[in-house]
Design a protein around this ligand. Structure first.
Ligand code: 1PR
Length: 549
């Protein structure tokens, strides 16, 4: 056996388990990695974060001789925590990859979410857990939101009902957590579920010695209460995202800056880059204050190649030690040849961002170019950074950031782009506008509209759209509702409304008047004019599904 305070981690090398490691360390535990099959049998406490696709996971486990020792360990009922695919692999089979046999430790199968109801798949985001039995692991978690990212899920049957600890609801009930003896597995990501998730992990690591004998929870609520909370639980929470625009100032220090309509320099003769704080510190603060996600944008990435810009990677590494909600990073993701003639693919840049702690990467300028080419030729080459990264890491890991500028027109026929009818006419009485995409941080306008871009990048494999608006950026007078409405209704992937938040009611407004899945703000949070907490409270009052940290 191992000493107390050490946990064994089964990382079969299929992807990034950095956050799981960081969370375990934060909670004061050491990590011993499984390096050979025997290491499983000698574990006292085993954490198994499943990463990647079902078939390749099973294959790697078998090839490395880990599948049998793992099954034996779980069968013996010793302390085990499977995460995400680490839950699914315990079942008999999965529909993923055309049907693959699992470890067969829990009866039943894993199926794809039903997309016929029009629900976006993957299921990504904060969804409420509903406890079925009392357990030490999920104490106090009933009804709380935890973070999910998956396209497949296990469902409850009469054969596996005795395993089911908690369910969640997304177009129907699915299994959120299972347990028998000291064996636990969760479909959500405790390492990305804020304090609630860290508590779950802590309780597993500490063990506590109480057995979960599965007292079913049925009697404490009236059926009316139950159905009310069920219907609440079936909705994904709208997310509130804090965004940090990061760049080097003229002295070379990396700072969080914030523009007015993308101009980040102070007024006056010096025209210094505005400095609103240190990236890692601010990100840590926003995690504590309840941000559902934190986004870093390396805003000069288009000219300073990020792999040359190691400080940004360091920011990410440090931030992922204190931020246990999803982290997105953008800026400079494209193919690049440096001064010495060395070529870096966008995939390498993305890989380095993921390794450093990012859950998602965001592509701006390069996605505009890819979309233009796709619309011109009608061909998906598979070669753009967007397509490649989406293929390798999955579309849930790829955000496209759009930086549009509003262009007024007298009539929709004036331009070959989708226009909106304005509620307030433009400066020359124009009744319509289109939104011109820009690249290089708004410095260059392109012949493509935000609507056309959004549709094209969805086709090319984007999993989410971060929708800025240069006109509204830093103005504090609310999101561009006409723009957000147009884009969020045009695509089925989640849209993050960005630019212009000035007060809590701007958030409820954008959620009530558009299909946006998330709203992002920067200036008001940096300047501490509005707290994330007050935004959340306001959303609750407005009856909008929200995660409370
Ligand atoms: O083109 O792939 O290298 O990515 C560059 C990224 O940097 C893009 O995502 C682009 O949006 C961003 N960016 C480039 N220049 C600027 C700038 O401000 N000069 N920032 C910039 C984008 C917009 C939001 C901002 C919201 C909310 N900033 O990030 O946080 O507008 O602000 P607010 O709440 O204060 O109104 P590539």
């Amino acid at each position: 056996g191992r000493g107390r305070g050490e946990v064994t981690l089964l990382d079969y090398g299929a992807g990034n388990v950095r956050s799981v490691r960081n969370a375990i360390r934060l909670l004061g535990f050491g990590i011993r990695d499984v390096e050979k099959p025997e290491d499983i049998a000698t574990a006292d406490r085993l954490v198994f974060p499943g990463v990647g696709a079902f078939e390749s996971a099973i294959k790697v486990l078998k090839e490395k001789g880990l599948a049998d020792p793992l099954s034996e360990y779980v069968r013996s009922g010793r302390p085990f925590l499977g995460i995400c695919l680490g839950l699914q692999l315990l079942f008999d089979y999965s529909e993923e990859n055309g049907g693959v046999e699992g470890l067969g430790l829990v009866p039943g199968g894993v199926q794809k979410f039903d997309t016929s109801a029009g629900l976006p798949v993957p299921h990504i985001g904060w969804n409420a857990l509903r406890e079925r039995k009392e357990s030490s692991l999920l104490k106090g978690v009933d009804g709380r939101h935890v973070y999910f990212v998956h396209s497949y899920r296990a469902t409850m049957t009469s054969e596996n009902a005795d395993w089911v600890l908690a369910t969640s609801n997304y177009g129907g009930e699915f299994i959120g957590a299972i347990n028998k003896g000291d064996v636990y597995a969760v479909q959500f990501h405790p390492e990305k579920s804020g304090e609630v998730g860290l508590d779950v992990l802590r309780r597993f690591l500490q063990g506590g010695g109480e057995r979960d004998d599965g007292i079913p929870i049925v009697s404490s609520q009236t059926s009316e209460q139950r159905s009310r909370s069920r219907s609440r639980a079936s909705k994904l929470a709208k997310r509130v995202i804090a965004c940090l625009d990061v760049r080097a100032n003229d002295r070379g220090d990396l700072v969080v800056t914030k523009g007015d309509q993308y101009d980040v320099r102070e007024e006056g003769d010096e025209r210094e880059v505005r400095n609103l704080g240190k990236p890692v510190e601010l990100a840590g603060r926003y995690f504590k204050e309840g941000a559902d996600e934190v986004t870093f944008l390396n805003i000069t990435g288009f000219r300073d190649f990020p792999l040359g810009d190691m400080p940004m990677l360091e920011v990410l590494r440090k931030a992922s030690e204190t931020v246990f909600v999803p982290l997105t990073v953008g800026g400079g993701i494209r193919d690049f040849t440096d001064k010495e003639g060395r070529y870096y693919s966008s995939l390498e840049v993305a890989a380095e961002y993921f390794r450093s702690g990012a859950d998602k990467i965001s592509i701006g300028s390069d996605a505009v170019m890819a979309a233009e080419e796709y619309l011109r030729t009608g061909v998906k080459t598979g070669k753009s950074s967007l397509e490649q990264i989406s293929y390798v890491y999955g579309n849930q890991a790829v955000v496209v950031s759009i930086d549009p500028r509003k262009v007024y027109v007298k009539s929709p026929e004036e331009v070959p782009y989708k226009t909106v009818k304005l509620s307030e006419p433009g400066p020359d009485g124009e009744e319509y506008a289109w939104y011109q995409c820009t690249v290089k941080g708004g410095r260059e306008g392109r012949p493509i509209g935000a609507y056309e871009l959004a549709k094209a990048v969805e086709d090319l494999g984007a999993g989410e759209i971060l929708l800025n608006c240069i006109d509204m950026d830093g103005q504090g007078c609310g999101f561009d509702l006409e723009l957000v409405k147009m884009i969020s209704e045009a695509v089925t992937i989640p849209v993050i409304a960005s630019s212009g938040a000035g007060k809590p009611s701007h958030f409820s407004e954008v959620f009530q008047q558009s299909q946006a899945s998330a709203a992002l703000a920067a200036g008001i949070f940096h300047r501490q004019e509005v707290s994330i907490e007050s935004v959340k409270e306001h959303l609750v009052e407005a009856g909008i599904e929200t995660r409370l940290a």
